[in-house]
Write a protein that binds this ligand. Structure first.
Ligand SMILES: *Cc1c(COP(=O)(O)O)cnc(C)c1O
Length: 429
């Protein structure tokens, strides 16, 4: 496969963009080699600037649940562009978008639009702090909530500890307000509440973890978080930036039947344009300016182009409830096929699947249900697997610790080709 143009573009980009990319994972650092530069995409396929075609399982990290360049979304963007792309004043599109979200997401009675998932989670935490008058939050090691300062904190090796900054530039003061617990481990959360109950404004969690690779929640864990937050008058924030409109039309909260106080949304909600949102109970959301004292604003928030794209996306998902069953079945056939390939080749691994999300962990562990088990994965083996599949025209996430996103546009043929190539790749590991 010829990658000459991508290699040269990457070299030149590195001179003028830090690391050559506008978001770190795109640089292929954890799989080696250099990133392919994408020229265009359609359906389940992406094409690089050297003319190579790939079956795409990144899907822009989630938004492309209907496939790339979905006709009705393209039309909606074109139509709105002719009518103006930003006004900085309210529009009917924003009202329509809010109505759709309130209708689809069980816990959301009121919603505020922003421009990214990061903005949604940062704002949700500020709101939770403003509403409760408390300062600390509980997050889980291995869960990602965007790059806001409060979230760039990791746990010390499995222990329940006070946060330490994960990135230079995050102050100790901010890090100290983030308490770290272990995913799927209620005791670790109870221990934090035992010590800090009166200071904890919110628990923030990915209801299905997607950013350490896919880790399914134990339903008792999610229920336990709901009960504990209620008991201590803290808020439960479901970060549904990945799971929203993906696990079900109402997200993981519909899928698992658990009602959070605040929900953050992103990715799918913008139909491929930069959008985020956060919403929840009216009495909480009314704490936001201008109806309440908690400040949050945005010049381009509720942007007409993005709303036009998002509305078509959500209306499509709402009107075809069978989409989710089909996506889940398609993804299950991929997951089962990968497990068969592991068995045939004697390679150790675990395939976790939740709806249309999937991760193949190369690990000796029998199950992957915690961050600790995630960390037993063989990153070098994944890197080799990734590069073999890339050569075969299959574009997986360039990191072991990410999800594969299956879209409505992936055909049975795409899945078969992926499985055949993965069998060949595993034979070479
Ligand atoms: C992607 C993601 C974010 C951040 O969204 P951006 O749009 O990248 O800022 C937050 N939370 C979760 C769960 C995500 O997957």
């Amino acid at each position: 496969m010829n990658k000459e143009k991508s290699i040269s573009a990457y070299r030149q980009s590195c001179e003028i963009i830090p690391g050559g990319v506008n978001s770190p994972v795109r640089a292929f650092k954890s799989v080696g080699g250099t990133p392919v530069f994408i020229d265009k995409a359609k359906g389940a396929k992406i094409y690089d600037i050297d003319g190579n075609e790939y079956i795409d399982y990144v899907g822009s990290w989630g938004p492309m649940i209907l496939g790339h360049a979905y006709g009705p979304i393209v039309e909606a963007i074109k139509t709105q562009a002719e009518l103006g792309s930003s006004f900085g004043a309210p529009t009917m599109l924003e009202k329509k978008m809010a109505e759709l979200i309130v209708d689809m997401v069980p816990s959301v009675e009121m919603v505020r639009m922003v421009n990214s998932g990061t903005e949604a989670t940062m704002s949700a935490v500020r709101l939770a702090r403003g509403y409760t008058g408390r300062s600390k939050i509980v997050k889980f090691s291995g869960c990602y909530h965007g790059h806001g300062d409060s979230f760039l904190i990791k746990a010390g090796s499995g222990a329940v500890t006070l946060g330490l900054p994960d990135s230079p530039g995050v102050t100790r003061g901010i890090a100290g307000d983030t308490l770290i617990a272990s995913y799927n481990n209620m005791e670790s959360v109870e221990a934090l509440f035992h010590q800090y109950a009166k200071d904890i404004a919110a628990i923030i969690v990915e209801p299905v973890a997607g950013n350490m690779g896919v880790v399914l929640p134990d339903i008792q864990f999610l229920r336990g978080l709901r009960d504990l937050a209620t008991k201590h008058s803290a808020l439960l924030i479901f970060d549904e930036v990945i799971t929203g409109f993906r696990m079900a039309k109402g997200g993981a909260q519909e899928y698992y039947g658990i009602i959070p106080d605040i929900t953050t949304l992103g990715k799918i909600i913008g139909g491929g344009l930069p959008v985020g949102a956060y919403g929840g109970r009216k009495d909480i959301m009314q704490h936001l300016a201008p109806s309440g004292p908690v400040y949050q604003a945005g010049t381009l928030s509720g942007n007409p182009l993005a709303m036009a794209a998002g509305i078509v996306m959500l209306e499509t998902l709402r009107s075809k409830p069978s989409i989710y069953k089909e996506l889940e079945e398609k993804t299950r056939s991929l997951a089962d096929g990968l497990r068969n390939n592991l068995a045939k080749t004697g390679i150790s691994g675990v395939v976790n699947q939740a709806g249309s999300l999937l991760t193949l962990f190369f690990t000796e562990s029998k199950k992957v249900e915690s961050f600790e088990q995630v960390m037993t994965s063989d990153k070098e083996r994944y890197a080799k697997f990734f590069n073999l599949l890339l050569e075969a025209g299959i574009y997986l996430a360039p990191s072991q610790f990410e999800a594969a996103f299956v879209s409505y546009a992936h055909s049975a043929d795409d899945i078969q080709k992926t499985l055949q190539s993965s069998l060949l790749a595993m034979q070479k590991l």
